[in-house]
Design a protein around this ligand. Sequence first.
Ligand SMILES: *[C@@H]1O[C@H](CO)[C@@H](O)[C@H](O)[C@H]1NC(C)=O
Length: 213
Amino acid sequence: MPDDCFSAISSFLSSMAKLISHKTLLSTCLMLMLLINSCKFGASSEEITAFFIFGDSTVDTGNNNYTNTIAENSANYKPYGQRFFGEPTGRFSDGRVIVDLIAEYAKLPLIPPFLEASADFTNGANFASGGAGILPETNKGTVIDLPTQLKNYEAVQKTLVEKLGEIRAKELISEAVYFISLGIKQRLYGWLSGKSKNAGTLSPCNLCLHGHW
Ligand SMILES: *[C@@H]1O[C@H](CO)[C@@H](O)[C@H](O)[C@H]1NC(C)=O
């Protein structure tokens, strides 16, 4: 594990120690997973060339552009994207989202959304959909739920086998880094409404939603 990764994890842990409560545990685990995985990139960037993403609006980079969804679950209008891309991209951010930063760190191109026409998935694919929840019932019919995201991942596996051959595709898939960010907004809504018993303090993952990356 590279030294800078190690110190990133240490400083993350020490800052979390100040904030942590059982309420922030889920987000904490997600962030930690992220750091450890991004260190995996740093450790052997020559071998790891694919990055697969599942989740909700915290990591959707444009899939909901192509779904029959409601305005609240789309990000294809202004002012989304204005600070970094200069135009909306389908990201629920005025710039990049966390998976873009990880891809950059790993010296990968930005990972394309699964539904983008003729996208190249040899460096991975992003299956996330704004509004998706941990359970398929969340926003049913207007989002790509997790079981469907997994089916789409299987479809990408098949296209990779066709493109790269079975041996190389299997290697790529087994060595890839996987990132899941889900259930964050359910907690945020609870926090904002003040109704949920699970509502916690503002955690780093929630802050990502309002970041200016
Ligand atoms: C999503 O829609 C916006 C607005 O039309 C467009 O600028 C952007 O390129 C789209 N993103 C994708 C991934 O197709």
